[in-house]
Write a protein that binds this ligand. Structure first.
Ligand code: ADP
Length: 471
């Protein structure tokens, strides 16, 4: 089984969120199951910290409308995995991976570029596994421009939706002026979305299988509330939709070996976690208090439930707790957090994206708050569990599939949760966690229990492999 895995961001070269983690860890787990995988991504120049030797393979030209754009292809082997980089400085040498005025053009080029590379190299995959809207035009481009090429005729496509909210919606001119296609699929409605072109819609329609990153989210997106206006299409295509839960990489996220923290620990000596709490308090200029430390590490976006936090943050900070927030994103939330941190000495906020700090927080905090409005899978709650940091989540999507609510009568559970999207319900869930925190024996048991959970990639990799084989 041979797979070309396509992603716009990949750890350790670039990352804005969970997609990059998955694009690193899933191929690695697949290789362990005997699948041959090459990963292809754009050369984003994003994470300057990683220095790898790259081998330049070839130069190609990619048709973008009437223009021919340069594509430099290079390759590196990193931790035994083969990465191919699509290099074009005009499109990719920028701050930030997405959010540019010409994203429609950049990712039209990327999708076409991937297929040009495949056409040129000596590799015949059985499957092209594409991820999110940035790659979603690939199945239709294959059908339109490459169906006469023998190599492409047997290839099946798998499209994974990591987040249905971001769809890649652009002016219909993209079809002709960038993707060199006629308007038949636009006129038939297959890629049309309220007068525009929708990359996500095209990916769902033209790929052979669609997966999303938890079973609950796969069910939720058939409903209008979660379906982001594509629920009817998703219902029509239900026969090829699968929910496969993400895992986390147990090599990167391991409190026994994590190079970002000073005191290592495991489920048997989890009391050593307290040393990391002291380090974190010092680093974040918090008092060295024994009060429970609650953390959030998150994109500051509506999806992540920050409006709930805003509503009750003062009530929460008046309890005997400390709160640490690491995040970047929408300015209104950055301002809100900075404002409150100036007024409450038990709140420490770091606005920015900082991977080493994230690890220190996972290790040093007692609880991890993740009150998402919706959550396709969510990795942070699983990372928190691995570090013995008890998650407090809203019961939606992957959060529902990975956090079993604590039951004080049976003393079972792997975190705390609440159902309605309501600020005080969230605060009550926090208070339930604080209550258990006072019960030192049962708290310690909870910490150990969650550290022992197997949320690694193995099971999911086998599910993907079975899906590839079925195609
Ligand atoms: P999403 O992909 O929706 O942002 P996930 O929970 O699936 O959410 O994945 C988020 C990933 O990004 C986790 O690895 C988390 O630790 C990391 N992360 C989020 N925000 C930051 C930040 N500001 N600094 C460092 N890491 C972050």
């Amino acid at each position: 089984m041979k797979v070309l895995f396509v992603s716009a961001e990949v750890v350790p070269f670039s990352k804005t969120g969970g997609l990059a983690d998955v694009a690193y860890a899933l191929p690695k787990a697949l290789i362990q199951e005997g699948v041959e995988v090459k990963i292809i991504t754009s050369r984003n120049f994003h994470n300057k910290a990683v220095n790898v030797d790259e081998e330049h393979l070839m130069n190609l030209e990619v048709e973008v409308g009437w223009r021919k754009q340069y594509l430099g292809l290079s390759r590196t082997i990193y931790e035994g995995m083969e990465y191919l980089f699509i290099d074009n400085e005009y499109y990719f040498k920028r701050e930030g991976i997405y959010g540019h005025y010409d994203d429609g053009e950049r990712y039209s080029y990327f999708c076409r570029g991937v297929l040009e590379v495949l056409n040129a190299i000596d590799f015949e995959p059985d499957i092209i596994h594409i991820n999110d809207w940035h790659t979603a035009m690939i199945p239709l481009l294959m059908k339109k421009h490459y169906s006469h090429v023998e190599k492409f005729q047997k290839i099946k496509t798998v499209f994974t939706i990591h987040n249905l909210r971001y769809q890649g919606i652009f002016d219909p001119k993209v079809m002709g002026e960038l993707l060199n296609m006629d308007l038949s699929e636009f006129n038939s409605g297959a890629v049309e979305f309220y007068g525009n072109v929708n990359f996500m819609k095209s990916g769902i329609t033209f790929s052979d299988a669609v997966t999303t990153v938890s079973e609950t989210y796969a069910t939720e997106i058939k409903e209008p509330y979660f379906g982001e206006q594509l629920h009817d299409l998703i219902r029509n295509q239900e026969y090829k939709l699968h929910g496969i839960l993400n895992g986390i990489d147990f090599g990167i996220y391991n409190p026994e070996t994590d190079p970002n923290i000073t005191t290592h620990y495991n489920d048997k000596n989890s009391s050593k976690k307290a040393e990391n709490k002291k380090d974190l308090q010092e680093l974040m200029h918090l008092k060295k208090s024994k009060a429970p430390l609650i953390a959030m590490i998150t994109r500051l976006a509506d999806q992540k439930g920050l409006d709930l936090v805003e509503r009750i943050i003062e009530e929460m900070l008046q309890l005997d707790v400390q709160l640490v927030v690491l995040g970047t994103g929408e300015k209104k939330y950055e301002d809100m957090l900075s404002h409150f941190s100036a007024h409450y000495e038990n709140l420490a906020v770091y606005i920015g994206f900082d991977e080493p700090l994230a690890h220190k927080i996972y290790a040093g905090a007692d609880m991890f708050l993740m009150p998402s409005l919706f959550e396709p899978c969510g990795l942070s709650q699983m990372i928190a569990q691995r570090y013995g940091t008890v998650p407090i989540v809203r019961e939606t999507g992957g959060l529902r599939d990975t956090v079993q609510a604590y039951n004080k009568f049976t003393n079972e559970g792997t975190g705390f949760s609440f159902g309605s999207y309501n600020a005080h319900e969230m605060l009550f869930a926090v208070k339930r966690a604080l209550e258990l925190y006072e019960d030192k024996t049962n708290w310690r048991e909870m910490v150990r229990r969650i550290m022992r959970l197997d949320t690694s990639w193995e099971k999911s990799a086998l599910a993907y492999k079975a899906l590839y084989e079925s195609l």
